[in-house]
Design a protein around this ligand. Structure first.
Ligand SMILES: Nc1nc2c(c(=O)[nH]1)N[C@H]1C(S)=C(S)[C@@H](COP(=O)(O)O)O[C@H]1N2
Ligand SMILES: [Mo]
Length: 371
């Protein structure tokens, strides 16, 4: 193991954080909540480390690797206390995963909902390298009554905000693609993204992917507390916009929905008449695959099949492209609508929920063609 890559000085951390902040839209300065502008997502299938969105509920912990351990306890025969050297001793794997915050698109909720007003860019795709969570659980010898894996990071409760403790069901935890990652796009995991170790739960809304992980508790029950029992839950049935929902009528939000966004041109772009322009963006569907993306240049009256790029992995977005020659010098409403391997298609109207989770209405941008 190369020790140096894990020795991050305070100065290095501040520099890393500053570069990231310069690139991104600051939804909240503290805690660190930064959104990626779509023109940065447009740069490629992989989102670079200093362009990937950041979502944190609490202060970012600056973990000293020398004092760092991952403890595994609860319903296991062999509780573990692992160092980073121990972690590096397991079989290394890399998974390319699109992470999306469940609140992405919340800004478009109608009626409006409280919370960070994410627009389109609380989403990104990275190559995560680490070890399967499964291998650690096997080593600890999980007992047969185990149903949930509760994860806790080094971030601490502040003022009114409780500790960020969440759980995933044992089946997802034991899936070989669920990993404890220590690298992001080949580099040491950036502090804002969970240094030195984070969970990646592919295909699921990203709140499942615990950052700065220090403790794993194997349990018969789901995690208790606000971030599992109140937040990240959706109504268990359709509700009328603006309705209050009792937490007991909700279920945890797990796998992501089918969704697409335009990354070029930008909403409101001015383009000259007479030339062709490429309309492009990304489409993703959590644990499912994108099978088709349709683009409309007439506000949804007629649809055309977009071309999908070859870059893909099991849990990633795919880029779509559609070449279009505007037929007139006027404003056009251009839309994208993705369909996935589970037969799901993006809705044209949002199904409202009180927290504005899983907003996935067909995307819409305006393009102004100048004669
Ligand atoms: N420990 C810890 N893990 C966390 C969070 C947090 O606040 N604390 N935020 C979660 C949420 S809501 C999201 S969307 C993702 C964001 O990961 P990123 O910042 O690497 O994009 O981290 C998740 N993991
Ligand atoms: Mo999130």
């Amino acid at each position: 193991m190369k020790r140096r890559e894990f020795v991050l000085s305070n100065a290095a951390f501040l520099l890393q954080a500053r570069t990231i902040k310069d690139n991104l839209i600051i939804r909240s300065d503290s805690p660190a909540d930064f959104e990626t502008p779509v023109q940065l997502l447009d740069k490629g299938w992989i989102t670079s480390n200093d362009a990937h969105y950041v979502r944190s509920h609490l202060s970012v912990p600056n973990v000293e690797l020398n004092n760092w351990n991952l403890t595994v306890e609860g319903e296991v025969n062999r509780p573990l206390k692992l160092t980073m050297r121990d972690i590096r001793g397991f079989q290394e794997v890399t998974r390319t995963v699109t992470l999306e915050c469940s609140g992405n698109g919340r800004a478009f909720a109608d009626p409006p909902v409280a919370g960070l007003q994410w627009e389109k860019g609380a989403v990104g795709t990275a190559r995560w390298t680490g070890i399967p969570l499964r291998d650690v659980l096997m080593k600890a010898q999980v007992q047969p009554n185990a149903k949930h894996v509760i994860l806790n990071g080094a971030d601490m409760p502040i003022r009114a905000v409780p500790d960020f403790v969440r759980s995933i069901p044992i089946e997802k935890a034991m899936h070989p693609d669920t990993i404890l990652a220590y690298r992001m796009n080949g580099a040491a995991l950036p502090v804002l993204h969970g240094f030195p170790l984070r969970l990646i739960v592919p295909g699921w809304e990203a709140a499942a992917s615990t950052k700065w992980i220090v403790n794993i508790q194997i349990s018969e029950a789901e995690a208790s507390g606000f971030f599992m029992q109140t937040a990240y839950r959706i109504p268990n049935r359709p509700i009328a916009p603006g309705t209050l929902v009792d937490p007991k009528d909700t279920i945890p939000y797990t796998a992501l929905s089918v969704k697409s966004i335009f990354t070029s041109p930008l909403d409101g772009a001015m383009v000259p008449m007479g030339s062709s322009i490429q309309l492009r963006g990304f489409a993703w569907a959590g644990e499912a695959d994108i099978t088709q993306v349709d683009v409309s240049t007439d506000a949804g009256s007629t649809w055309n099949i977009a071309v999908l790029d070859n870059d893909k992995a099991r849990y990633t977005w795919r880029r779509f492209r559609y070449l279009w020659k505007p037929p007139a010098a006027k404003s056009f409403v251009v839309m994208s609508r993705a369909t996935d391997s589970q037969g799901r298609t993006q809705p044209m109207v949002a199904s409202w929920n009180p927290s504005g989770y899983l907003y996935n209405v067909a995307d819409k941008i305006q393009i102004n063609v100048k004669g």
